[in-house]
Design a protein around this ligand. Structure first.
Ligand SMILES: Nc1nc2c(ncn2[C@@H]2O[C@H](COP(=O)(O)OP(=O)(O)OP(=O)(O)O)[C@@H](O)[C@H]2O)c(=O)[nH]1
Ligand SMILES: [Mg+2]
Length: 295
């Protein structure tokens, strides 16, 4: 066994594939699995200081730390029955959404049967990949419509300052949240309006770029203001402040302060990002391009 691994874990005579609880010097205690003579996977505590001290120590020992993605899947998951299962387990480790897990674990069976994915499978796979890497959701609308109030209600903490002063949000702010099983990166943007303020104008320009690359755009307004003029057609038009007054040209009505309609909005966003029929489909999901390559 590589002497540096012995120095790192204090363990000799360690069979490959066996997990051990080890002390990493005087830094931490954690699990380690020896994957081969030269590769071990270590699972210390995630605190920043622990990781910094371990990295510095590994550098002194001449150990080259690599992320799990850089290890060959069969090496990272020696318990996998074949490469399909190893790739599925890699994806499970990376996936951010709870809804991904059962679906990924069923993929080896689907790929083993020699499926060749067709165009529909590829299109569905791109949507399902949102279960692995969080999609970007952006909410845009006129000033004071309640974008920050909605964002804060969803994120469950103060992500943005919400006030009745139009133009409160300057830069866009974001938070990672779970929407009924799908984890997304939710972005609140500054109210879109003509402005002579240079900082606000540049914040609006940056927000426009974000809207162009977002996976889903929500236009949000209230009963008094028009729909925003966006660089693309929004996926959902939401009328806020329905506790004050409604309007009949929206997909959904909500009240960000009273909580009305928020659950329906969460489901609507989730279903547009990852439609229920994609989740129920029994075809193969190309969750990793390496599935297409022979070993
Ligand atoms: N009655 C009522 N008031 C709301 C609702 N949602 C937000 N507000 C109020 O509307 C005002 C503006 O809310 P913000 O969330 O700051 O609006 P915004 O769209 O982020 O505004 P900018 O950052 O300026 O673009 C605040 O006083 C909120 O309390 C709602 O559903 N009902
Ligand atoms: Mg705001």
């Amino acid at each position: 066994m590589e002497p540096a691994l012995v120095a790192l874990t204090g363990v000799t005579g360690w069979p490959a594939g066996r997990a051990r609880l080890v002390r990493f010097g005087d830094i931490d205690t954690g699990l380690a699995v020896r994957l081969s003579d030269r590769v071990a996977q270590i699972m210390p505590h995630g605190g920043l200081r622990v990781v910094q001290r371990l990295s510095a120590w590994m550098e002194r020992l001449g150990i080259d730390p690599v992320g799990q993605d850089e290890i060959a899947p069969r090496l990272a998951f020696p318990e996998a029955a074949d490469r399909f299962e190893a790739l599925a387990l890699c994806a499970v480790a990376r996936a951010t959404s709870p809804l991904a897990i059962d679906l990924l674990l069923d993929q080896p069976r689907r790929w083993r049967s020699g499926a060749t994915p067709g165009p529909d499978d590829l299109a569905r796979s791109r949507r399902l990949n949102r279960l692995i890497t969080p999609p970007i959701v952006a909410v845009a609308g006129p000033p004071n419509a309640g974008k920050s109030t909605l964002s804060n209600a969803l994120v469950g903490r103060s992500m943005s300052i919400a006030t009745d002063l139009p133009g409160t949000t300057r830069d866009y702010t974001s938070g990672r949240i779970e929407l009924a099983g799908v984890v997304v990166d939710w972005h609140d943007t500054p109210g879109l309006r003509q402005t002579t303020d240079a900082v606000e104008a540049s914040a609006i320009r940056i927000a426009t770029l974000l809207l162009e690359r977002a996976d889903l755009v929500i236009a949000l307004t209230d009963h008094q203001q028009p729909w925003p003029d966006l660089p693309r057609t929004p996926d959902l038009r939401v009328a806020n402040k329905c506790d004050l007054a409604g309007r009949d040209d929206a997909d959904l009505a909500i009240s960000a302060t009273a909580g009305t309609g928020i659950a329906a909005l969460v489901t609507a966003v989730r279903d547009r990002l990852v439609p229920p029929e994609d989740l129920a489909h029994t075809g193969p999901w190309l969750f990793d391009d390496r599935l297409l390559h022979e070993e």
